[in-house]
Design a protein around this ligand. Structure first.
Ligand code: ADP
Ligand code: ADP
Ligand code: SF4
Length: 580
């Protein structure tokens, strides 16, 4: 099965109109392999194309993909976004009494699948507009046929937690006004309490932090009386404690309802779901939703990059996790020492204890929300002044804030133009697959795309200290691993220093040499501990949360232990909360 996909945003027909046709050997021999559509952009015939790949190589904007897929996929096309558009194969299956997870990279069709399941998008089975009668015939005998019959009859209505929580900020009013509007189950008081939203209930939605907004969005989704609930990412901007708490509430809901979750934090996906559909393919080109597997099997196969049932390798190498704490970099030269610093906002105060930062090391920053992590990052980077104590750094610093706003009309190419050279392309552009996105405007980027650009932009500056606040938000598993590798390689080679604040323990484990642990009373006072070595830091952090991790026997990935399980008790006794 030959598939030709054209990225219509990247294609610039004004620059190379007719060029496409000139390159194609089939057009030269008289076939209408490439014609031009009403929008003056090419339409490539998948029947006439011989897959020589000349147009793919010639296109200066990386806009064309020609791919040969196994014939068996032909009967599994669920939806195609028009001629030469993205194709989705298969669909996940919602089941009452279970949380079903969807695991795959960004741009692979997860949202498309969910829009279909919630009845917002009528699938076209890969072709033109299709009648429901035909769709049901195509699905005959499957669980999905029964499901869609009920969707068409209006017996399955859905509640949906969007990935883009910023869109909630259009609401003019307070948190309690908003939640009262969506409350159909009479649960809002309980949910507000369980999600720790009482303190902000009279605050305007437009004034909330990302973590508060995320919990409001989750509460609103949970408060509706529906048959199918879908959560497109629950973890961005939540600390690990809040993540575990949200997972518990969603799990309870699933006892009586169908629940589906897209999640990139593997520890939480592992804790929350009963079964997982892995989605593989090529982002922006095609995505194949596989049959569900037990959660542990699905995550492990995904980490190894080897889908056994499908007999497909989705990645050359498996993702590797460190089992032992890395040795501390005591021999590295000190970049800067800092003394005691205080910051007070009135209601909240932060005490930064003395410490040092070394050349060529990455210091991870972990702790609950509202404990002063971003305040610390802002003090270090000079965005705010401390109330007491001096940060007399004569250092050059580059800072990526926690919330990244993409409100410029400039394109990625325009933003990154000052830094572009072959080395930069090898180091950042190629591994992060940014090339095909270069013509996109910053204001049109998805959360994950914007995050990648913000990280790259932060690392592009020639400075001594790089500060990245929550780089994992909206990144998929591959992107998190890739970003960790890029940051590590870059900091080691440059012998610079980085501070990376994040809630994803996988990312912190992969990226850090030492840890600063924030403790105290969220919203009231915070204090820093360290930088400590990884073992000491993880133990201190997780002890306060009362959470232990074990290692998966197969992939060595960290998994959250059930509270009071044998391992949980044993590890707490030994004082080994993370590395064993
Ligand atoms: P995910 O949720 O996995 O990030 P999506 O389902 O949002 O992926 O999108 C998959 C691909 O489908 C995207 O790369 C995008 O190119 C394409 N796509 C999404 N929505 C549309 C649309 N309305 N029209 C055309 N293409 C779309
Ligand atoms: P974290 O990054 O750990 O979530 P922050 O450093 O963002 O925490 O905030 C710590 C506390 O300080 C929070 O209670 C927050 O509401 C408060 N805070 C942050 N910035 C300000 C500010 N500009 N004015 C008043 N309070 C603030
Ligand atoms: Fe023509 Fe070759 Fe491109 Fe197919 S791959 S459209 S045959 S140039």
């Amino acid at each position: 099965m030959r598939v030709a996909v054209l990225d219509r945003d990247s294609c610039q027909p004004r620059r190379c109109v007719k060029e496409c046709q000139k390159f194609c050997p089939k057009v030269r021999s008289g076939d209408e392999t490439i014609i031009f559509g009403e929008d003056k952009k090419p339409i490539i015939s998948e029947v006439l194309c011989i897959g020589c790949g000349i147009c793919v190589k010639k296109c200066p904007f990386d806009a064309i993909k020609i791919i040969n897929l196994p014939e068996k996929l032909k009967s599994q096309e669920t939806h195609r976004y028009g001629k030469n558009g993205f194709i989705l194969f298969g669909l996940p299956i919602p089941r009452v009494g279970e949380v079903t997870g969807i695991l795959g990279p960004n741009g692979i069709g997860k949202t498309t699948a969910i829009r279909i399941l919630t009845g917002k998008l009528k699938p076209n089975l890969g072709g033109e507009e299709t009648e429901w009668k035909e769709i049901l015939r195509y699905l005959s005998g499957s669980e999905l046929q029964k499901y869609f019959k009920r969707v068409i009859d209006g017996k399955i209505r859905s509640s949906y937690k969007l990935q883009d929580i910023d869109s909630l900020q259009k609401f003019k009013g307070t948190v309690s006004d908003f939640l009262e509007e969506t409350d159909e189950r009479g649960e809002i008081k309980k949910l507000t309490e369980r999600l720790g939203l009482e303190e902000v209930s009279e605050r305007n939605i437009s004034d909330l932090s990302g973590g508060e907004l995320q919990r409001v969005a989750i509460a609103s989704c949970l408060s509706k009386e529906r048959e199918f609930y879908f959560f497109d990412e629950i973890t961005p901007y939540l600390d690990i404690y809040q993540r575990v708490r949200v997972a518990k509430i969603i799990k309870e809901l699933s006892k009586e309802k169908s629940v589906m979750v897209v999640e990139h934090d593997l520890a939480i996906l592992d804790l929350l779901t009963d079964a997982v559909h892995v989605v593989y393919g090529e982002p922006g080109v095609y995505g194949v939703i596989t049959h569900p597997l037990a959660t542990r099997t699905a995550i492990n196969q995904y980490i190894r990059g080897d889908l056994q049932k499908e007999n497909i390798r989705i990645r050359d190498k498996s993702i590797k996790f460190e089992v032992h704490a890395p040795r501390s970099n005591v021999n590295l030269a000190v970049l800067k020492e800092f003394g005691r610093i205080y910051k007070s906002y009135g209601k909240f105060s932060l005490e930064v204890n003395p410490g040092d930062m070394r050349k060529g090391e990455i210091i991870g920053g972990i702790g609950p929300n509202s404990i002063g992590k971003s305040t610390f990052a802002k003090i270090l980077s000079g965005v705010i002044e401390p109330t007491d104590g001096n940060i007399d750094f004569d250092l050059k610093i580059s800072y990526k804030p926690q919330y990244v706003k993409g409100d410029t009309e400039l394109t990625i190419a325009e933003i990154l133009a000052p830094f572009m050279n072959p080395h930069y392309e090898t180091e950042f552009i190629n591994p992060l697959r940014l090339k095909s996105m270069m013509r996109k405007k910053i204001c049109d980027l998805s959360g994950g795309e914007l995050q990648r650009i913000a990280i790259v932009l932060c690392l592009s500056r020639d400075v001594d200290l790089y500060i990245l606040d929550e780089p994992s938000a909206h990144l998929d598993v591959e992107e998190r691993t890739m970003i960790s590798r890029i940051i590590r390689r870059f900091i080691e080679n440059k012998e610079a220093t980085a501070v990376v604040i994040d809630h994803d323990v996988y990312l912190i484990d992969l990226v850090s040499d030492r840890l600063i642990v924030f403790s105290g009373e969220p919203g009231t006072f915070g204090r820093t501990n360290g930088p400590l070595d990884m073992r000491e830091g993880m133990n201190l952090f997780l002890k306060e949360l009362n959470i232990t991790f074990r290692r998966d026997e197969d992939t060595k990935r960290p998994r959250i232990n059930k509270l009071n399980s044998r391992l949980d008790r044993e590890q707490k006794e030994k004082g080994e909360y993370y590395y064993r």
